[in-house]
Design a protein around this ligand. Sequence first.
Ligand code: UN1
Length: 497
Amino acid sequence: MSDALTQNYIDGIWQDSASGSTFKDINPAVNSDVIGQFPESGVEDVDDAVRAARKAFQTWGKMPAPARGDFLRRIGDIMTERKSELAFQMTREMGKPFFETKGDVQEAIDTAYYAASETRRLFGHTVPSEMPDKFNMSIRRPIGVCGVISAWNFPVAVPTWKMFPALACGNTVVFKPSEDAPHSGALLVKVFEDAGLPAGVVNLVQGSGNTGRALVEHPDVNAVSFTGSTETGSKIGEACGRMHKRFSLEMGGKNPMIVLADADLDLVLDGLLWGAFGTTGQRCTATSRLIVHEDVHDDLVSRLKEAASNIKIGYGNEEETEMGPVIRAAALEKIQGYITIGKDEGATIALGGKRAEGEGLEDGFFFQPTIMTNVTPNMRVAKEEIFGPVLVVLKISSYEEAVSVANNIEYGLSSAIYTNDIATAFKAMHDIEAGITYVNGPTIGAEAHMPFGGVKGTGNGHREGGWEVFDFYTETKTIYVDYSGKLQKAQIDNVDD
Ligand code: UN1
């Protein structure tokens, strides 16, 4: 395949890396299908990209925000026209089925239109002063150049969660996609180019961890937004902390679904199939722990086994495919390793546990939908993120126990509870330690205009999506206007001792 967009995009020009070194990107479902060789960008490329972004910031940051919104709307329009084309290439590159990659593009479209509308609503505050004839207010200003490092599992939606609000607020961007989804990243940037986004406003540098490090550590990058592993996120946090940069981290999850005895089990079953095995379990938000009441445990597990064993595995661009491959050979090994760990810890492999084989699966990284039962809260398989189609099942006998098991974890991204008892549902909304709680729905399905993010080891307190992300991408400037015509001293003139 030679017509792939296999270059960096810096200052409005598609170009190779300075060193000319590249890395290979393949289709995880059909390994012989090579998507292309992409630039392994170095310090020099990142430096060029940051310089271009800094230059563009001088004009982009001063443009009226609603005019920036017009660009975002055009980007949304082009993504709408190209939805199927983009989705096909995304599926080819990262494996999830076509209907899911179309959803991924739709999430980006929603984010574009939402961010465009927010450009007319970048509110500050006006606040009464302590003193007469004085006016107090706050306004928002852009931060500058933002480094965006994103994951491969939502190769279009997640980078746009970061870039669109950043752009709406007047920042410019250097974007490093995951090395497992460089082509999707490039196709997204091509949309920006075709929408007429001025040169330098978004720059693309392809590469792996070294490229990311050069970006994070570049002194002229003011803020970094990252989605990916906890290990990498921690390093980014340390570097940004040292350099006084603003940073937003979106990292791992081990998301619980609590099922109480009164739950509607048909609804639970649908939710579990989607939450645990959608995107082959490779979402930060995937339902990876089923915490189920003992009264319904056996019934639910047996129905789930039956349903999960019928999931059609294959190449995601084939119509009947319900679940695609995992992303790479190392992911297969990691998952297999956790199956062994689970067995050694005393868990039962109730379904799956092996590489999926059969016609059409020979040349890809396919793994069977897997269910582990007899799992107890302190086992590694109950606590560590596996990032594959593996659901662990923990049995509980009360709501209180369910919450304590759900919270016995270092992560806190998403969570779910199935119950028909409204009081219990409301209690759970407060009791579960997570950034997101779904009631009677699985742990996945975030909407573009709602805050997204986690507590504990999942993040560092920021939120993507929704109105809160606009706080991340702006600096508050506080302004005092004294029209009294005399010097007024706060805390002194206006207080009688
Ligand atoms: C992720 O896995 O990083 O809520 C993002 C969801 C999707 C986004 C997931 N809309 O599952």
